[in-house]
Ligand binder design. Structure first.
Ligand code: ZN
Length: 368
């Protein structure tokens, strides 16, 4: 008797769900999904290989934390963009940075000495960017050698010596990726590039301004932006700041003291700050540009984020956000607007961005 009663309840439930669907709830679901798709955020991480000023955080801990960060990001299949401080690099980080690249994350330039553009001349600043470029070049060459894949254009052309000119043959790739190797070995030239870029991100020509300072005079800004443009760099702006550097020192102490309660409370406080900044930036975009923009979140590769990034990702996913890579975010036209701010403060992009109709008469303001 109990069994029959249960069957009846289940049947009624199924019927009522079908009835609701018939009334258009599936259409609503599709609509909601579309609306949700409009919210996009890219995650960017500064001060690689690892940010810490606590002398009790050992090199071993830093490396463990670096891997822990990557494990979490990988679990959610999220691709992040990291920015290297050239002077903080040493060859013992190769293994870790190559893993970063190998898993499809971007590795870009954050100057060699983490310079503040307010403190140096434009020429000194661009020289420092160049020094970090050389370091990145070393890392990417090592990554390419380890993965045994051609990197430069000339190498790709040099290996194109087969009977079928539209097919390319390449040295063996990582044996673990046999399907990808097959795909790459038989791909036409253009396809090869696509497959390669999709799998490993070998483009290190992204630049993040330390302290978000782009130059405190129009002249300095001009020198720096021209240098970046001529050297193939894309600027990676920021729209959501996390202020993680305020929370991280306390978190490191709690970690060293194995005080889990304190760690959890700092994580909660920090997450609340990210949520508030996200809503602020979203509201500002809607008020100013009358639409959602593809947002770019900034935090640092430190202990706090190595242990909290999963919670950050989950909050975005649970609240209707799609996490995209930096390149996708940069496709938003808001990143093509003019930066009319020439002051000394490192303010986020949306406060700088102005849609300006360019005319040939508009002169460059050479304020110094
Ligand atoms: Zn930095």
């Amino acid at each position: 008797m109990k069994k029959i009663k249960n069957i009846l309840i289940v049947t009624l439930l199924v019927l009522s769900v079908s009835f609701l669907n018939g009334c258009g709830s599936s259409k609503i679901a599709v609509k909601n999904k579309k609306e949700k798709m409009r919210k996009q955020v890219a995650i960017t991480v500064d001060d690689l290989p690892f940010a810490s000023s606590n002398r009790f955080i050992t090199d071993k801990m830093k490396k463990e934390m670096f891997n822990r960060f990557l494990d979490k990001v990988k679990k959610y299949n999220v691709k992040v963009a990291g920015f290297l401080i050239g002077s903080h690099y040493s060859p013992d980080w190769d293994k870790y940075l190559i893993r970063w690249i190998k898993e499809g994350n971007t590795l870009g330039n954050h100057t060699y000495s983490h310079l503040n553009s307010n403190d140096v001349t434009g020429d000194e600043y661009v020289e420092d960017i160049g020094r970090c470029d050389s370091v990145l070049n070393i890392i990417f060459t090592k990554a390419r050698e380890e993965l045994k894949i051609p990197f430069s254009k000339s190498e790709i052309t040099a290996s194109d010596k087969t009977d079928t000119p539209d097919k390319l043959i390449y040295p063996t790739l990582n044996p673990a990726d046999s399907t990808d190797i097959k795909k790459i070995l038989t791909a036409p030239k253009e396809e090869f590039k696509k497959v390669l870029t999709k799998k490993y991100n070998f483009n290190y020509k992204y630049f993040r301004f330390p302290y978000l300072n782009r130059g405190n005079t129009a002249g300095k800004k001009y020198i720096i932006s021209s240098y970046l443009e001529h050297n193939g760099y894309k600027i990676a702006p920021v729209t959501i700041t996390s202020n993680d550097w305020r929370f991280n020192p306390r978190f490191e102490i709690a970690y060293l003291n194995k005080n889990e309660e304190e760690m959890k409370s700092i994580q909660d406080e920090y997450l609340k700050r990210i949520i508030r900044e996200t809503y602020n930036s979203e509201n500002y975009a809607i008020q100013t540009f009358h639409r959602e923009v593809k947002q770019i979140l900034l935090f640092h590769l430190n202990m706090l984020n190595s242990m909290t990034v999963n919670k950050i990702i989950e909050w975005y996913l649970d609240n209707g956000w799609e996490i995209v890579d930096l390149d996708t975010a940069l496709k938003d036209e808001v990143y093509g607007y003019e930066d009319t701010y020439n002051g000394k403060y490192g303010i986020p992009w949306l406060f700088r961005a102005k849609r300006i109709r360019r005319t040939t008469e508009s002169p460059i303001a050479w304020g110094n």
